[in-house]
Design a binder for this molecule. Structure first.
Ligand SMILES: [Zn+2]
Length: 162
């Protein structure tokens, strides 16, 4: 913390206590240069509530659990470790909070899940994509599968080189 007296940027905490029922931590600090004391307050950042707008126009509160359920269902018994599944959900959650302020269309979340699953596990990806992404037509799904197949072929070709 920058000292409010001399602007030196180094201090030590000499006392730390919770107040407001544990919602605020108050710290007494001492500037290491001028030795004067000052106080800082630490509190949890208010989370903005995100609302998900579903395809039919209804609104529900954003829920990490819902994303996790979707990912778990798509992965099923696939050999995808639990921590990898959780990590994907973390990344999706972070990205949604970073990109949207108040409202997020459910289709956008579905799209993110698709992108993440595609890198995680092909089968999980296809399962999720075909179930939830509501492809415009069967042709789109076929193109996706074709693209995926060629990606896998590319990887195999690449692997031969080493
Ligand atoms: Zn100072």
């Amino acid at each position: 913390m920058v000292c409010p007296f001399c602007a030196h940027n180094d201090d030590k905490v000499i006392d730390s206590r919770a107040s407001d029922g544990g919602k605020v931590i108050r710290r007494r600090r001492q500037c290491l240069k001028c030795k004067k004391r000052f106080t800082t307050y630490e509190r949890v950042e208010e989370l903005t509530r995100l609302t998900v707008i579903k395809r039919d126009g209804t609104r529900v509160a954003f829920s990490r659990e819902n994303i996790l359920r979707g990912v778990q269902a798509a992965c099923g018994k696939r050999p995808v470790p639990e921590d990898a599944r959780q990590r994907v959900v973390d990344e999706i959650e972070e990205e949604v909070y970073r990109t949207y302020e108040r409202e997020v269309p459910s289709a956008e979340i579905g799209q993110l899940v698709c992108l993440k699953l595609r890198d995680l596990d092909e089968v999980a990806y296809i399962r999720f994509a075909s179930e939830h992404r509501r492809f415009q037509d069967v042709g789109e799904l076929e193109r996706e599968v074709k693209e995926l197949t060629s990606r896998v072929k590319d990887v195999k070709e690449q692997a031969k080189l080493f």
